[in-house]
Design a protein around this ligand. Structure first.
Ligand SMILES: [Zn+2]
Length: 488
């Protein structure tokens, strides 16, 4: 029987685009939306009044941190110091080990998924740092995560990350990748097993996808086999690439072609591919500083990019530019990639950075960014039933409260939320018709417990960097505090 949710603002969908309604409601029956509009005459069994809030499609985060925060540690160092955050050659050869037990990894995943729920994300594709693992992501870990995800009720696109090599700092101080081709092949085999597992689950909230690690950590054999499996099984591939100069130089060195061409050669560059970041193409000033055809090639391939504005900004880069990629016809989805999984703050960062890049205020495309967080993600996932509040679409919705005095005045509520707000204002999250969060609380989840537990796990993770560093610097030296710490 139908549920009706009313709010002061509802972001509906008309003529192929989002459109704002005032004092309106969304009605859903089971997992499907049946009505969006001013009033509803039909019978309902449940009604929820949100008051001063913006009710909109659930946020789609396709590079969603399912890990403990590491950006808080590693987004401050210069290039030399940053080498201390990587594996040493010796660690790779002789001492690599898991920092966490399998049980701790499950706890980290649960903590991170809880964060996604609390920040209004309804659909996600996970990312975690492999730096703390002996190699990449074990099959069993992802099976456990799928169970946690189902319990919490999120819509998940999952697979164990795999790689043929690991980013290291060589004994001569240079950054490179050391390979073990067998591990790459085994990883891909496990990824395919996970897809079989997900298919057998037959849960519409769990879809198996191929999530290899960064492009420079995959050998040609695994890249090509990934492309072949994606085509054969018609599954999506997400490949971190076009994200930095080290990656570009290594690929040029080994393959004689830049990363975009390598993806094409491997058979990956097509409508099943999602590329996180995608900031280092020809037009980036650090590459050629001019358009030599990369954007047209990306757009023509049908691949999607996953733009992570907040994380990119915090590592000192940005998409140059959102507007240019959009005008070229590239499908843009959004990701958070790091903590906090706050796409509202991400949208604000992206919108303001676009103004700086263009040198004009009208380059701030709030609608373009909200589209990316909803419709762009749905496009990338090939899910026209997601990312929009429209009869027939999936009942994936989120509401952000705008009723606090600190929210300021309301003009367009999307601008109020973007400029003054944060995803922390999420007060309701519904996935496939199930309420997974209300008033900042998740049924059966003790947030205080997780806050404390996450801090313990974080301390363990932080301490473990020292052993991997070629210079064995203590954590306090690798991660210097803002001000000196006076003990007493
Ligand atoms: Zn990423």
């Amino acid at each position: 029987m139908p549920t009706k949710v009313t709010a002061r603002y509802v972001l509906g969908f008309k003529n192929g685009q989002h459109a704002l309604l005032t004092d309106a409601c969304v009605v859903y029956d089971g997992d499907v939306i049946v009505h969006v509009g001013r009033d509803y005459q039909g019978p309902i069994t449940e009604e929820r009044h949100l008051g001063d809030a913006l009710l909109m499609p659930g946020l789609i985060d396709l590079d969603a941190l399912t890990d403990i925060d590491h950006l808080i540690l590693d987004s401050w160092a210069g290039p030399e110091h940053a080498k201390g955050h990587q594996w040493s050659e010796d660690y790779f050869r002789n001492r690599r080990a898991d920092v966490f037990t399998a049980e701790e990894r499950q706890q980290i995943r649960e903590y991170a998924l809880i964060q996604l729920v609390l920040h209004g994300i309804t659909t996600y594709m996970p990312i975690a740092s492999e730096v703390h693992s002996e190699w990449a992501e074990p099959l069993q870990e992802l099976i456990g995560m799928a169970e946690t995800s189902r319990r919490l009720g999120l819509r998940a696109y999952l697979g164990p990350a795999y790689r043929s090599g690991v980013n290291v700092v060589l004994d001569n101080g240079e950054r490179s990748v050391m390979f073990d081709g067998g591990r790459g092949r085994e990883g891909l085999a496990d990824a395919l097993r996970f897809i079989d597992y997900a298919t057998e689950l037959a849960d519409p909230l769990v879809t198996g996808v191929l999530l290899p690690c960064r492009i420079e950590t995959l050998d040609m054999e695994v890249l090509a086999a990934t492309a072949a499996a994606s085509e054969e099984r018609d599954v999506l591939v997400r490949l971190h690439s076009l994200q930095g100069l080290v990656e570009r130089e290594l690929i040029l060195d080994w393959h004689g072609i830049p990363p975009l061409e390598l993806m094409e050669r491997a058979g990956l560059l097509n409508q099943r591919l999602l590329i996180p970041h995608a900031t280092f193409i020809d037009r980036n000033p650090a590459v050629h500083g001019e358009d030599r055809g990369d954007l047209a090639r990306l757009a023509g391939s049908g691949a999607s990019i996953i733009h992570c504005p907040l994380t990119s900004m915090r590592y000192g880069s940005t998409l140059d530019s959102f507007n240019a990629y959009k005008e070229a016809g590239v499908n843009i989805s959004l990701g958070t990639d790091s903590f906090p999984p706050d796409l509202i703050r991400g949208i604000d960062a992206g919108v303001q950075l676009a103004k700086i890049l263009a040198g004009r205020n009208d380059a701030g495309d709030v609608a373009g960014y909200f589209d990316a967080a909803t419709l762009g993600g749905a496009n990338a996932l090939r899910r026209p039933d997601l990312g929009r509040l429209q009869p027939g679409a999936q009942a994936d919705l989120v509401a952000f409260s705008l009723g606090d005095i600190r929210d300021g005045v309301h003009d367009d509520p999307l601008r109020t939320l973007t400029l003054n707000g944060t995803a922390r204002q999420a007060v309701l999250s519904v996935v496939a018709g199930r309420t997974i969060m209300a008033d900042g609380m998740i049924d059966g989840v003790d947030l205080d417990y997780w806050r404390g537990r996450a801090q313990e796990l974080f301390e363990k993770m932080r301490a473990a960097y020292s052993d991997r560093d070629a210079l064995k610097r203590p954590a306090d030296e690798l991660f210097p505090p803002v001000y000196a710490r006076l003990e007493r």
